[in-house]
Design a protein around this ligand. Structure first.
Ligand code: HEC
Ligand code: HEC
Length: 306
């Protein structure tokens, strides 16, 4: 028979009450022994009283069995609490599943299994099976639901600003629960020699700029200062590339590895699947200009008007 958590809790409460009663009984026994000992006033009586106490304790059915009982009761209580805690967790996911269906997500997204896996290989505009998408943080999802195109520019998905905080939280918990436990992104070491050469000409600057405005601007902002349309939703906020001191400390190899593989526990996810190594090198080249305002201005002025 499967007991509902509520029943288990009730049963526990009853046994705790019974235990309390027994303890009180034996306490009464102990005080009686103590009084006898006090009356007799003498040492030998004390010795007998210890024996007597033990007997009384045994009579009150405490002692070792009750110690074991105490342990078991403690274990059951903590298990129940764990169970109840998990139930709370499950109910958030369950709530999220309901939001997923009632808000029309499931009209487009297949739930579990049958979608085409792999974002790059998926035909343009096909909703992915959310059980197979890459690792994303909760704040990435939050930003994505607000403005899908700010993050995945080719996304035909409508924005879901009307869900409200609780439903958004629940639907994110649901999406996370569909995925196997994944470890956060870790930038893989890159050999500086493996980064494609990019020339310092206008063509490279312009292509880099176009790529940036398509794939990065939603978070990092048009001016590279982290103030993109969804930047504020994120924690930590997107990196400010105009921070000269920070940028000058970073090697090309590090920045390139983050652009490729993402940065763990932040909304920055890698673009290896979406962009070629040349495109990622052009992006790296372009974001360096944000921390060199003079060179950037020169490039901007020389760009033909579009
Ligand atoms: C009109 C169809 C449609 C609806 C409705 C829709 N989506 Fe999407 N969704 C898409 C498409 C298409 C993509 C793929 C975008 C891309 O890869 O550029 C997508 C992508 C996503 C992603 C990004 C996956 C990733 O990690 O790359 C998430 C998360 C997501 N949808 C969640 C939702 C949720 C939650 C809802 C409901 C609140 C929803 N979608 C409703 C079509 C839809
Ligand atoms: C979903 C929002 C988002 C998008 C889109 C995005 N980034 Fe980021 N980016 C972040 C966040 C968040 C960080 C981490 C900031 C931190 O750790 O303080 C970051 C950090 C970085 C860093 C520095 C790594 C570090 O240690 O902080 C680089 C380089 C970077 N992003 C490049 C890019 C490029 C290039 C693109 C476009 C191809 C891009 N990002 C797209 C959110 C985003």
């Amino acid at each position: 028979m499967k007991l509902a958590p509520k029943q288990i809790l009730q049963a526990n409460l009853k046994s705790v009450a019974a235990m309390w009663h027994k303890m009180r009984l034996s306490w009464l026994g102990l005080t009686k022994v103590w009084e006898k000992a006090k009356l007799a006033k003498l040492g030998p009586v004390k010795v007998t009283s210890i024996v007597e106490t033990w007997q009384r304790v045994r009579m009150a059915n405490l002692g070792m069995p009750s110690l074991a009982f105490l342990c078991v009761a403690g274990l059951v209580v903590s298990l129940t609490l764990m169970l109840l805690g998990q139930r709370g967790d499950n109910s958030l996911k369950e709530q999220g599943r309901q939001v997923f269906v009632s808000s029309g997500c499931s009209n487009c997204h297949t739930v579990i299994g049958s979608g085409v896996a792999g974002s790059a290989k998926r035909p343009l505009g096909t909703p992915p099976d959310l059980a197979t998408t890459p690792y994303r943080t909760d704040d990435w999802y939050q930003a994505y639901l607000l403005k899908p195109q700010a993050i995945l520019p080719r996304s035909p998905m409508p924005s879901f600003t009307n869900l409200g905080d609780q439903s958004t939280k629940a639907v994110i918990a649901y999406i996370q629960s569909l995925k196997p436990k994944q470890s956060p992104a870790t930038p893989q070491p890159v050999n500086p020699g493996d980064i494609s050469q990019v020339s310092n000409d206008f063509a490279s600057y312009r292509t880099g700029k176009q790529l940036f405005q398509t794939y990065c601007q939603g978070c990092h902002g048009l001016l590279g200062n982290g103030a993109g349309p969804v930047g504020q939703v994120l924690s930590p906020e997107p990196r400010d590339f105009t921070d000269v001191a920070w940028m000058s400390r970073q090697t090309d190899a590090y920045l390139f590895s983050v652009i490729s593989d993402g940065k763990g526990n932040t909304a920055m996810s890698g673009l290896k699947d979406l962009l070629s190594p040349e495109e990622r090198a052009l992006l790296l080249h372009y974001i360096r200009y944000f921390s060199d305002p003079i060179a950037r201005q020169r490039m901007e002025q020389a760009l033909p008007a579009e």
